[in-house]
Design a protein around this ligand. Structure first.
Ligand code: CA
Length: 238
């Protein structure tokens, strides 16, 4: 059973969430302040956390910061209307998503489902080494190599290459990369040039290691990017 830690100082909302989530067969634990949230995070090992930002004792940001130092547990922020900068700050701080108060329970359930699905995909696939004739990515050690040559990639470049590699049968749209690799919600309207800048750097590094003009990652105009791998070089064995 999925265990959800609800962190909310407003008692009415906290209880309402608890009732609704239990009704949907989630197990719940609740905290009314930031310190209690951290204590319960350690004591209860929840599968997901709903985190209010304005909290007594410790703010939601401090709680998130504490959690992200030790865990990748999915966190959904409960934010107030008009706190756009808080949302961005929270997402940059490692939150997976947010809902804006007042929100409907159906929207919350949908967000919980999406975040859980995403985190399951990541956990299951994050263990396996990604490898083809050109590159090797080891998610456990975060080591990357192209043509047997070690690549010095930033954490985001590593994640980006891994995501493109895993989806190499198709063109991956920029918006998808923003939401999957950067965890940004598209409606925050963050600049997709972030993706372009990272891909450019990544391609440069790959090209240097591969040493040919063959494109390892191709840009598809107005859509996104696709990993091609080794497109030229010695023919395969017959
Ligand atoms: Ca609050």
């Amino acid at each position: 059973m999925t265990k959800i830690l609800i962190v909310e100082d407003e008692a009415g909302l906290r209880q309402g969430l608890e009732i609704n989530l239990r009704h949907e067969n989630y197990e719940t634990v609740t905290a009314g302040d930031g310190e209690e949230a951290i204590r319960l995070f350690h004591a209860e090992a929840p599968d997901l956390i709903l985190l209010d930002l304005m909290l007594p004792k410790k703010s939601g940001f401090e709680v998130l910061d504490h959690i992200r130092k030790v865990s990748k547990v999915p966190v959904i922020l409960l934010t107030a209307r008009g706190q756009e900068t808080d949302k961005v700050r929270g997402l940059r701080g490692g939150a997976d998503d947010y809902v804006t108060k007042p929100f409907g329970v159906q929207e919350l359930f949908a967000r919980i489902d999406a975040v859980m699905r995403r985190s399951e995909v990541v956990t299951q696939s994050s263990k396996a080494v990604c490898e083809d004739s050109l590159i090797r990515l080891d998610p456990a050690t975060r080591e990357a190599a192209a043509n047997g040559q070690k690549l010095k990639l930033s954490p985001k470049e590593f994640d980006l290459l891994m995501y493109l590699f895993k989806n190499k049968e198709r063109v991956v749209p920029r918006d998808e990369l923003l939401s999957r690799v950067w965890n940004y919600r598209v409606d925050l309207n963050l600049n997709s040039r972030t993706v372009d800048t990272h891909v450019t750097r990544l391609r440069r590094k790959l090209q240097k290691a591969v040493g040919t003009d063959a494109a390892v990652i191709v840009a598809v105009a107005k859509i996104g990017y696709r990993y091609l791998g080794q497109t030229s070089g010695p023919a395969t064995d017959h």
